[in-house]
Design a protein around this ligand. Structure first.
Ligand code: KIV
Length: 293
């Protein structure tokens, strides 16, 4: 394995035309697998609200829950850059709230960067302040799940030239404010291509076509473990839902038929000790169990 990935590494990858590999993780063992497989960026996405906690949208996850999961991920990631998503309403209220919460992800959970959605004037101010404090920020544009209700549902964004120009302006504003990379979600390939070409920082696509500087997916989607729905842009590389269900069924059968555990999966007690134990138990007066005091 090489050196740990930093924001500078990602910048160099863009300049060299080396695609950036990003995935989500919410726990230690998944982070270890991703890290071992050579993933560059591990995002502790607020998608964990849906994928790990079973909510219908990303809104419900709290700062405390995100911190809890980010701590687990940073324990498992040795090389990958760990980015923590700032959850809904953890940065929208005011700048002090945003800085305090972002700082907790770096200080308490050891994340190396934070991500926030959108390019409002408020967000630009937050980004500038965080970057000036040495906290790297990743942007997120296009379909931004925290604004799902405002956007009228899960929809492809920037579907005409004017909206594409607006999106480019937002991406440039984020770049100027100092983000080290920007996620573009559910944007037509040609629009993402035009934006990636015009930004100096890496553009990471999810449902944004092949011409981005890197790609990100939700790991549980890629592994076929989260199957509540499958967005068009997800490619499943495994069917863990089926593999796991089959494995659990086999376990249940083995438990019910006493095929599990075998002697090699249990701990032996010396024969002589067992004899002694049974003798001593036989010699004990039989205990009476009763409910009366
Ligand atoms: O929360 C998340 O997992 C994300 C990625 C899908 C980009 O924001």
């Amino acid at each position: 394995m090489g050196k740990a990935v930093s924001t500078l590494t990602l910048q160099k990858y863009k300049e060299d035309g080396r695609k950036i590999v990003c995935l989500t993780a919410y726990d230690y063992s998944t982070a270890k697998i991703l890290d071992r497989a050579g993933v560059d960026v591990i995002l502790v996405g607020d998608s964990l609200a849906m994928v790990a906690l079973g909510h219908k949208t990303t809104h419900a996850v709290t700062v405390e829950e995100m911190l809890h999961h980010t701590k687990a991920v940073t324990r498992g990631a040795e090389f990958a850059l760990v980015v923590a998503d700032l959850p809904f309403m953890s940065y929208q209220v005011d700048i002090t709230q945003a800085i305090t919460n972002a700082g907790r992800f770096v200080k308490e959970a050891q994340a190396q960067a934070v991500k926030l959605e959108g390019a409002s004037e408020h967000n630009i101010q937050i980004i500038e302040r965080l970057v000036s404090m040495g906290i790297p920020v990743m942007g997120h544009l296009g379909f931004t799940p925290q604004s799902i209700h405002g956007l009228g549902g899960t929809r492809v964004q920037a579907r005409n030239a004017d909206d594409a120009l607006k999106l480019l302006a937002e991406a440039k504003a984020l770049e100027k404010a100092g983000v080290f990379a920007v996620v573009l979600e559910m944007v037509p390939t040609a629009v993402a291509r035009a934006i990636a070409k015009r930004l100096t920082i890496p553009v990471i696509g999810i449902g944004a076509g092949v011409d981005c500087d890197g790609q990100i997916l939700v790991t549980d989607d890629l592994l076929g473990k989260y199957v509540d729905f499958k967005p068009r842009f997800v490619r499943r590389y495994a069917s863990l839902d089926e593999v796991c269900t089959e494995a659990i069924r086999s376990y249940a059968q083995d438990v019910m038929s006493s095929a599990f555990p075998t002697d090699t999966e249990s701990f032996a007690f010396p024969e002589e000790e067992e004899k002694q134990l049974l003798k001593k138990l036989d010699a004990e007066p039989t205990k009476q169990f009763s409910n009366s005091p």
